[in-house]
Write a new protein. Structure first.
Length: 152
């Protein structure tokens, strides 16, 4: 019994040491997700696009790349009647660049009044600009269910 306790304690300590740290969104990016979701849910595509760098690129799972704020705002306007829930899972900052990632859930009705709901994962690359941190690259995919949203 005396040998068992130190052995169990050692395993517990080693196991704890090798556990990965909980992923967190870095402090400089904490306001971006709430701002993005609030603007999207309000249907304000221009406000969402303002969170992107001038030379940003959105990379959807299907369709054309969207280059620049104007193209990003035009695409976001297609999501009228849809709301989003964003969850930041992790991120990192390295000087004037960084990244963050997480999950999303979109729900609402399409233009025919049909209920739509789909989810997935996203990742952003960010860069520090004269106007603060901006999204530079934005890519997402659909969740493990493989359920795709209706075409825009």
């Amino acid at each position: 019994m005396r040998r068992t306790f130190p052995a169990l304690l050692s395993l517990l300590l080693v196991g704890t040491w090798f556990q990965p740290a909980q992923a967190q969104v870095p402090e400089p990016f904490k306001d971006i997700l709430p701002q993005w979701a609030a603007a999207f849910n309000a249907g304000d595509a221009a406000a969402v696009a303002s969170l992107y760098a001038e030379d940003a690129v959105r990379i959807p799972p299907e369709g054309e790349l969207q280059r620049g704020r104007e193209a990003i705002a035009a695409d976001l306007a297609n999501y009228a009647g849809i709301t989003i829930e964003l969850k930041g899972v992790g991120g990192l900052v390295d000087g004037n660049t960084g990244s963050q990632w997480g999950t999303f859930k979109l729900s609402g009705t399409d233009e025919d009044g049909n209920a739509v709901e789909f989810s997935g994962r996203w990742m952003n690359a960010l860069k520090k600009t004269a106007d603060g941190w901006k999204i530079y690259r934005d890519i997402w995919n659909f969740g493990p269910s493989g359920v795709m949203p209706p075409a825009n």
